[in-house]
Structures are given as C-alpha cells and as structure tokens.
Design a binder for this molecule. Structure first.
Ligand SMILES: [Zn+2]
Length: 274
C-alpha cells in the first residue's frame, strides 16, 4: 500500500505481453517512465528474434524488476537457417546459467501467414515451424521456464500436443482465439491466456473470457499493435491493459478492484515477478 501511495493514483496492473523494441526509442523511455509512475507494476517484454532478445535484455537491466524479458523467435515471419536457431537457444541457455530472470517467447506457429498464403492458392510448409516450436518447448522444459505462445485456432491444438509431449505446464497463450473444444483442453491443461483491449468489441474474445477461469487469465496490450472500436487512432501503451481488466471484471461480474487484483496475482505467479 505504501508503495502504491508513492505512485500516481491509478490501480496496479501488469501488461503481460508487449513488444517494447518495436517502439521508437525516443517514445519508448518516456512511455515506460509514465507507465511505471502511474501504476503499471511491470511489463513482460517479448522478443521477435535474437537482436530483439538483446534489446529486451538491455531494457530489463535498465528497468530492473519492471521489464521482465521473454526470449524467443516470433513465428509470423520467414525462418532463418537452423544455425540461427541454435545461436538463439545457446544465447538463452547462457542467461539461464547466469541465473537471470526471463521467460521463453514469443514462440508459436504462423497461423496468419499460413492462412493468407493458402487463401492465395499457395502452398505452405509448416514442418520447419513445428520443429522450431518444439525446440523452444524442449528448452522451456529443460530450463523449467514459463513459455509464451502465439498459437491460435487449430494451431493452438498443435502447440498443445507439443507442450504435452514435453510435459510443459507453465504455458501462456497470448491473444488466444480458438474453438470451444480447444478452450476446454487448455483450461484442463492449466494453461493461461491473456486478453487485450479488443475484448471491448470482439465477440469471440468476450466468449473466451466467459468460458475461461478467472485464475488462468492475464491482461496484455501486444503493443504497439493498434486497437479499434473505442481505442481507434490511439497509440497503444502498457496502461491500456487496464481496459482489458475492466472488461474482464464486467464480463465476470466482479468488482474492478477484485478483478485487477486477481489478474495481477496470476501474472506475478506465472512469471515469477516479485
Ligand atoms: Zn506479440
């Protein structure tokens, strides 16, 4: 309480998924300082590739305890050679050996790239993406680290197969979308999902929040990704995770403070944020 009294008057929140290195440096630092002043306790900074991992590692040192990094390779892009993957895996292992705090991610499967190619009548070989994902899941199992996944619709089932094969339980599916069957499977496995501000206007996300247990939810922005509806034209900042929290509270019929406290606790426990 004393800590929050020193800050601005807004409630505490963690943005459980943001791409800090995709903001312009000139806007990034004022944005983070403002966020941390106004009650954003921390952000989980996910990575796109090795260069992005290094940027996020630097940010986690500059904002110690506030920027919690996740290291991985975003699946919605062309894959480099396997030697690049091995370099990345080695780089992550070296951080583990030094005892640094981090998660694995963002990793997953290229749903949007694959379906766009297929809709255009092109073929798409998913096999190398499944292999890359499996190597990150194995690493999460080996290092006993939480993992954050980009895997939606039928791709979530493929990701669940790989996670279950390697007995990984600490899995967070960010901005998840999927069938009722997949949702039920993920709940049963104890996996977490995070909700973006699009829960204000996307019926499938509202439905997901209705179905998913409060104890397995988090709030995120996926910033700098821009939102529509009431947030159209606005720059995405970490504090907007509060909008997702407010809609979760309304959908679950909880008081705002109660919903925010549960989301905060879920995120801290999942990511081991003090
Ligand atoms: Zn992302």
């Amino acid at each position: 309480m004393a800590d929050s009294a020193k800050q601005g008057c807004e409630s505490s929140v963690i943005d459980a998924h943001i791409h800090l290195d995709l903001y312009e440096p000139a806007e990034l630092h004022p944005m983070l300082e403002e966020a941390f002043y106004s009650g954003v306790e921390a952000v989980v900074a996910v990575s796109m590739d090795l260069a992005s991992c290094k940027e996020n590692e630097g940010l986690s040192r500059r904002y110690r305890g506030r920027v919690h990094p996740a290291y991985g390779f975003h699946p919605e892009q062309e894959l480099p050679g396997d030697d690049e993957r091995d370099r990345l895996l080695e780089w992550i292992r070296a951080r583990h050996e030094r005892g640094e705090a981090f998660a694995i991610g963002e990793v997953g499967l290229p749903y949007y790239m694959r379906t766009e190619r297929e809709a255009a009548g092109e073929s798409f070989d998913e096999t190398p993406y499944l292999e890359w994902l499996e190597s990150f899941v194995k690493l999460a199992a080996e290092l006993d680290r939480p993992i954050v996944l980009h895997a939606v619709y039928e791709d979530a089932d493929k990701a669940c197969d790989i996670l279950q094969r390697h007995r990984v339980r600490k899995a967070h599916f960010h901005w998840f979308k999927g069938s009722a069957e997949t949702i039920a499977r993920m709940i049963e496995c104890g996996y977490y999902v995070s909700i973006t501000p699009d829960v204000a206007y996307e019926s499938e996300i509202i439905d997901l929040v209705e179905r998913y247990p409060m104890g397995q939810l988090m709030a995120e922005t996926d910033g700098p990704w821009p939102f529509e509806g009431p947030y159209s034209g606005r720059r995405t900042i970490p504090g907007m995770a509060r909008y997702a929290a407010a809609d979760i509270a309304r959908i679950k019929g909880l008081a705002l403070e109660e919903a925010e406290a549960i989301l905060l606790r879920n995120t801290k426990e999942f990511y081991g944020i003090a």
